[in-house]
Design a protein around this ligand. Structure first.
Ligand code: ADP
Ligand code: MG
Length: 253
């Protein structure tokens, strides 16, 4: 068995078991919004797409999720070409803003929803919801309705809905943008803790530079659908490739 395991580890190194975008483009009618994007995200990495409003962050994320067709290029997840594969087969879960919760369902039922729809056995659902609630410190709120929760708790339920599906990849699209400044900082720490705890690959979209700098292993800076630079936060800060990156990341030079 040990031999097989080490072969798997070798394979993981040869293949990229994270996410790879090769020459990905996207047009809406005549409007080209993503231009030949190459991005490599390692397995377990926390990648942040950052850039001003309208630069194409959500479109890129939705193409990774399979919610939006690509106009060109290739998307691989865990070494598998998923470019034209159904969203449900990609092993990814997207975290939406907390207002996407079902107001008439309890916290438990909100988190259980996708598993119930998929017809999973009740015992398995209960186990997964309980385990997610524990990770997110929501155990005492499973019978509450979203309206009885704070903004931060509601956002944790939204994350819980993704966790129960045990995805290998989490995709976040500005999940904290509806929260006030203080809560954003708290939730940022919660998301960092979640990443340390479950170690999944995470792709996080924000227009907030501070959020990007504090959360990311790797930052991808976008402008008008073109990658300006990708790298570790400190590298971008110290060695920005151009004035846009310097200005956006806030480096002195
Ligand atoms: P961001 O998330 O960085 O704010 P988006 O990915 O939402 O940017 O949008 C990138 C560009 O694509 C914008 O110019 C936006 O208007 C355009 N766009 C996004 N979705 C659509 C759509 N469904 N139809 C037409 N244009 C769209
Ligand atoms: Mg967006």
């Amino acid at each position: 068995m040990v031999g097989i395991q080490s072969a798997d580890v070798q394979n993981a190194k040869v293949q990229n078991l994270g996410i790879q975008l090769t020459d990905v483009s996207k047009s809406f009618g005549a409007l080209k919004v993503i231009h030949g994007v190459d991005i490599k995200i390692e397995q377990g990495e926390f990648a942040v797409f950052v850039g001003p409003s309208g630069c194409g962050k959500s479109t890129l994320l939705r193409m990774i999720a399979g919610l939006e067709e690509t106009s060109g290029g290739r998307i691989e997840i865990e070494g598998r070409d998923v470019t034209h594969k159904e969203a449900s087969t990609r092993g990814v879960a997207m975290v939406f803003q907390s207002y996407a919760l079902y107001p008439h369902l309890t916290v438990f039922d909100n988190m259980a929803f996708s598993l119930s729809v998929a017809g999973r056995p009740k015992a398995e659902i209960a186990e997964k919801v309980r385990s997610a609630a524990e990770i997110l410190r929501l155990t005492d709120y499973l019978k509450s309705k979203p309206s009885q929760l704070s903004g931060g708790q509601r956002q944790r339920v939204a994350i819980g809905r993704a966790i129960v599906r045990q995805p290998r990849v989490f995709l976040f699209d500005e999940p904290l943008s509806n929260l006030d400044a203080e809560l954003r900082v708290k939730m940022r720490m919660e998301i960092a803790r979640l990443h340390r705890q479950i170690g999944a690959t995470m792709v996080y979209v924000t227009h907030d530079q501070v959020e990007a700098m504090t959360l990311a292993d790797k930052i991808v800076v976008l402008k008008s659908g073109v990658v300006q630079q990708a790298g570790a936060p400190l590298d971008l800060y110290r060695n920005p490739d151009n004035m846009f990156v310097a200005g956006f990341i806030g480096s002195p030079g």
